[in-house]
Design a binder for this molecule. Structure first.
Ligand SMILES: [Fe+2]
Length: 247
């Protein structure tokens, strides 16, 4: 069994200030490998920097729905604010970066103990927000029959731990669970760059396969600097306002 301490980050969304805070915290915590669950770009003003940092520091990277839609075709239901931010990302990212984002994998097995995806095992764009979606994905995880009973996912921007017995959602700083190897888990680290659980603090988890502990960490970062960059980039007002609100 791996002696690594994993840092699991998701939904960076072009927020270089939050990403820098997450990296500093993971270094301090003794993280040895970093998994990124996708949506490196979109919404924020620093897609170029975030792509570079992800490449330089994350050992395992999954493609998110924003990463694959920097250039059209895009999902017809995508909101105007999201579209505006992707148009911006499309202008500042190099063709090579856009291609790199588009070709990232949608599922990875970083360790014998767990797998990672963006939205869900059913589809990278699906949201695990209902009991039905949770059960469908737990069934899929168990049917893989490879001994892995733990899947980290992102996309909803909501810190969460789901088992067949229900979901634990009040996972603020220091929230911790110990993985029971006889049960299956779907775990969301929350979002680094655009938290939506009414806290503006960047969110991530650390996971130790050795003792089975998953711990949530919440981080202050220079929110104002991220917002100023978004204003300068002429991104929609709601996108920078929501960073202060955590929604
Ligand atoms: Fe996202």
């Amino acid at each position: 069994m791996s002696g690594d301490l994993y840092g699991i980050v998701s939904d960076i969304h072009g927020n270089a200030e939050a990403f820098a805070a997450a990296l500093a915290a993971m270094k301090e915590l003794g993280v040895t490998k970093i998994c990124c669950l996708g949506d490196i770009v979109g919404y924020g003003a620093s897609p170029v920097e975030c792509v570079q940092v992800a490449r330089d520091h994350c050992q395992f990277i999954i493609r998110g729905n924003h990463d694959s839609q920097v250039l059209p075709p895009r999902h017809p239901d995508m909101r105007a604010e999201a579209l505006a931010a992707l148009e911006y990302a499309g202008k500042v990212l190099s063709p090579a970066d856009i291609e790199w984002l588009k070709n990232l994998p949608t599922l990875l097995t970083p360790d014998e103990m767990f797998i990672i995806c963006h939205g869900a095992l059913t589809d990278p764009d699906d949201y695990i927000l209902t009991t039905e979606a949770a059960l469908t994905n737990l069934n899929l995880l168990e049917r893989r029959n490879d001994g892995k009973n733990l899947c980290f996912f992102g996309h909803t921007h909501l810190p969460m731990a789901i088992t067949r017995h229900g979901a634990k959602t009040n996972l603020t700083a220091g929230g911790k669970i110990i993985i029971d190897p006889t049960k299956s888990y779907l775990i969301n680290p929350g979002s680094v760059g655009q938290p939506r659980d009414k806290s503006p603090l960047a969110s991530l988890v650390t996971y130790s396969p050795f003792d089975g502990s998953v711990t949530w960490h919440r981080l202050n970062y220079d929110t104002r600097a991220a917002q100023e960059k978004m204003k300068e980039a002429d991104l929609p007002k709601w996108l920078w306002q929501r960073l202060s609100l955590g929604k």
